[in-house]
Design a protein around this ligand. Sequence first.
Ligand SMILES: Cc1cc2nc3c(=O)[nH]c(=O)nc-3n(C[C@H](O)[C@H](O)[C@H](O)COP(=O)(O)O)c2cc1C
Length: 165
Amino acid sequence: MTETEFDDVFDLMKTGVYVITADDGSKLGGCTVVWVSRCSFEPAMVAVFIAPRRVTHDIIKRARHFCVNIIGERHLETAKEFGLRTSANVDKYAGVSFTKGQSGAPILKDACAFLDCELVQEIEIGDHTCFVGKVLAAEKFSPEKPLVYRHEDYYPREKQAGHEG
Ligand SMILES: Cc1cc2nc3c(=O)[nH]c(=O)nc-3n(C[C@H](O)[C@H](O)[C@H](O)COP(=O)(O)O)c2cc1C
């Protein structure tokens, strides 16, 4: 987890919690992110910001697609499984139910909705890459409310910073 001098203010910017998934044909990738934004109405596009050291980062680059899985509020554990462990060490998909979207990216059963995307642009920004996806398909599975990010759900209370940047 990276702590910065502006965390007190950035922490006021509330976000949802998403698991970004991809399949490059030989490996499934998936990591929890909070840095996600809609960025175009027409065509519908979404931007996700992922650090190059994440295993999922290079899987998205190779796959040329990704899926934004919007996690339901009952599935905090899923967000932790995908956000506090790396696929470099564990098989995050063991025991996880999913289907494949039009793009080929995994759609998690624990998601309450998803945006399945074709990767159309990648921009290096500081210590993250902005992956811009054109939405190929989107669906809401359940009326469940989406999970909202709360720092204390993931990190010890004494550490007041953003994600494991
Ligand atoms: C709540 C939460 C939010 C996160 N948000 C981001 C994010 O926006 N961008 C990012 O690059 N990493 C983010 N992370 C960190 C990655 O999810 C984490 O490093 C993960 O282990 C990477 O998995 P991978 O190496 O299998 O891709 C977040 C982690 C948590 C717990």
